[in-house]
Design a protein around this ligand. Structure first.
Ligand SMILES: [Zn+2]
Ligand SMILES: [Zn+2]
Length: 281
């Protein structure tokens, strides 16, 4: 069984955890280490199964827990080499452990336990930002957050995914009429800003198939409401796709498949991999 958790999302912090019970990876750790630890505990995820953190970018709401994570667990934090090279001051300020940063190139396939992680370039005002496709046991999960435009390769990657996490940051009219300065509005709408509800839901309607799950994440406090996203979903996404709007700061979890079917897919039995033992724990 694959178990995934949105520990929190929004400008207050973002953190996604994906596990198969043996190996766990984390995408973004924009929470304190204590909150991270408690979050894993409350969802029954053993912290000793964590293999790595993958960062989408270095804004504190995505990365502020990374330094302490490195010091406590001595585990790698992955980010693009462009992010490493272009954010020296930020890496210093957020007190990362340099020797536990693992840079990658876009196009790399990264192995972490049972996981294979494919980073893709995103467009945001943090140099070297990324989205991820995560593959495990023949299934895949797609994460695209904090990007002003939808990257070219994102559609093909998301199409095969069972679960998508997509940023739905702002509603066009609310942003228009809201309190932000013209410059900030331009920044949010711009190539290196955020995705609107229309863009996010439109993308999901093109890429999610029957039985897939889509989580809309990173809603703006000032320029969006969950109901506006739900309205857009009702107008655009066909039934048969499970859609969930993740309200700011709340926790969500889901599961893919039962153990039997994915172990069968791989031509293995429970006993082969000692899964009985883990199930019994
Ligand atoms: Zn963010
Ligand atoms: Zn950001």
């Amino acid at each position: 069984m694959i178990h995934y958790v949105v520990l929190t999302t929004g400008s207050c912090g973002n953190c996604y955890v994906i596990t198969d019970g043996c190996d766990t990876i984390v995408i973004d750790i924009g929470v304190t280490f204590t909150k991270f630890q408690k979050g894993l505990e409350s969802h029954g995820i053993d912290i000793s199964t964590v293999r790595a953190v993958f960062l989408t970018h270095l804004h504190p709401d995505h990365s502020k827990g990374a330094g302490v994570f490195q010091r406590k667990l001595r585990l790698p934090v992955y980010m693009s080499s462009t992010a490493v090279d272009g954010n020296a001051a930020v890496i210093e300020r957020q007190r990362f452990e340099r020797d536990l940063i693992t840079p990658y190139e876009f196009g790399d396939e990264i192995s972490a336990g049972h996981f294979t992680v494919l980073p893709f370039r995103s467009f945001h005002d943090s140099i070297g930002s990324a989205g991820y496709l995560v593959r495990i046991h023949g299934r895949s999960l797609f994460v695209m957050t904090d990007t002003g435009i939808i990257p070219e390769e994102a559609g093909a990657l998301a199409e095969g995914a069972d679960v998508e996490f997509i940023e739905a940051n702002y509603d066009d009219d609310m942003l228009d009429q809201g309190p932000y300065t013209a410059a900030l509005k331009r920044r949010i709408r711009g190539e290196y800003g955020h995705l609107s509800n229309k863009e996010a839901v439109g993308f999901a309607s093109r890429t999610a198939g029957q039985g897939d799950s889509v989580y809309f994440v990173h809603l703006s406090r000032n320029n969006n409401t969950p109901d506006l996203v739900r309205g857009e979903i009702a107008r655009t996404i066909p039934s048969g796709v499970f859609c969930k709007v993740c309200e700011r700061g709340e926790t969500f979890e889901g599961f893919i498949d039962d153990e039997e079917s994915w172990w069968k897919e791989e031509g293995k039995t429970f006993e082969d991999e000692g899964l009985q033992e883990r199930k019994a724990r």
